[in-house]
Design a protein around this ligand. Structure first.
Ligand code: X2X
Length: 341
């Protein structure tokens, strides 16, 4: 009897709670409003976890909204390179766009801070910082340029240098080296500090730039090196792990603000889930990829990072960026990363 009562009571509470939740979310929107269509675009091949998880998210969003919220995905630079897509998400031509904080730096200078060379020693520190105070500080800056950023950042990974010509063992090997970097002030400045010849090229052009030898090398996490088949046009992979890079999932600010609260909540829930699963996928991939890339003919080496850090310090790289980012921002980074040279 007591059991029965408590069960009834529980279902009453549940029913009341969900009715309340529905009312506050404006439940009728899914049922009554006109369908809402959105465009999501990115720079990554369809087989990358970022795209696999986004596919799952948009399917779930469509289903849970009874078909009312329909997000079309345009992967692999179909709508243009990163620079172009950034303009498009600002103008509203596309609605959602995951972008490296370092490329976003052309618009939001602070957003490059997590890419400071050798700042993060491991993933644990990365997630503490990016899901903690540092990430919140960066997102506040992103919010000021008519962009909404979801709270959780996608993993791209720790970046390593690949080349068609020689392994990179010490910083001296980077002198005069023709390397592609993404279009971003921090990346260009870092390789200039090494004495390299960096060229800013959008990812959409990287394979052909390597193939035609416009540049000798590039740097990316193993998942990208594998999935974009860069091993076809690169021989050496030097495991420098020189920075951690992730992609903020950006939305056009006006479009997001005009989206009903219940739709915002539904999209946010699934985007967040997708990001957390994507992080897990990348972690698993990174563990197995080295062996696979070796089997595809790449030659790996494991440089001591000291010469790279020293070269950057000597060239004034850290000093320059400390001034540019400012003490407040550097304090948020160093709270997690420890003191940077
Ligand atoms: O452009 C790159 O190298 C990539 C794919 O890693 C980024 O999105 C920053």
């Amino acid at each position: 009897m007591t059991k029965q009562l408590s069960r009834n009571r529980r279902s009453f509470i549940q029913a009341t709670a969900s009715a309340g939740a529905l009312a506050s979310l404006g439940a009728p929107v899914f049922a009554q409003s006109a369908p809402l269509t959105f465009k999501w675009a990115n720079n990554i091949p369809v087989t990358h976890p970022s795209n696999i998880r986004v596919r799952e998210a948009v399917d779930a969003i469509k289903k849970e909204s009874n078909g009312r919220v329909d997000i079309s995905v345009f992967p692999n630079n179909q709508l243009g390179g990163d620079t172009d897509m950034l303009s498009q998400v600002r103008s509203g031509a596309i609605d959602f766009f995951p972008l490296s904080g370092l490329i976003l730096q052309t618009l939001v200078p602070l957003a490059g801070i997590n890419g400071l060379a050798f700042a993060f020693k491991d993933y644990q520190t990365v997630w503490q910082a990016m899901d903690g105070e540092l990430g919140a500080y960066i997102r506040a800056a992103i919010g000021k340029v008519n962009l909404h950023s979801f709270d959780r950042i996608l993993d791209n990974g720790f970046r390593n240098i690949t080349t068609s010509t020689k392994p990179i063992n010490t910083a001296a090997d980077l002198q005069g080296f023709k390397i592609r970097v993404p279009v971003s002030p921090l990346w260009t400045s870092m390789f200039k500090a090494f004495g390299s010849a960096p060229t800013g090229i959008n990812f959409s052009e990287v394979y052909s730039a390597l193939q035609t030898r416009v540049v000798e090398g590039q740097e990316n996490p193993l998942a990208i090196i594998d999935i974009a088949k860069l091993y076809e046009v690169q021989k050496y992979c030097s495991m420098t792990g020189h920075m951690w890079d992730g992609q903020w999932v950006l939305a056009n600010g006006r479009r997001w603000a005009a989206t009903p609260a219940d739709v915002q909540a539904l999209i946010t829930k699934h985007v967040t889930e997708a990001v957390m699963k994507q992080r897990d996928d990348i972690r698993r991939l990174n563990n197995g990829l080295e062996a696979q890339l070796k089997a595809k003919g790449m030659v790996f080496n494991y440089p001591d990072v000291k010469s790279f850090r020293d070269a950057l310090s000597k060239a004034g790289f850290y000093k320059e960026w400390r001034e540019k980012f400012g003490e407040e921002a550097m304090g948020k980074l160093e709270k997690y990363a420890g003191k940077l040279a």
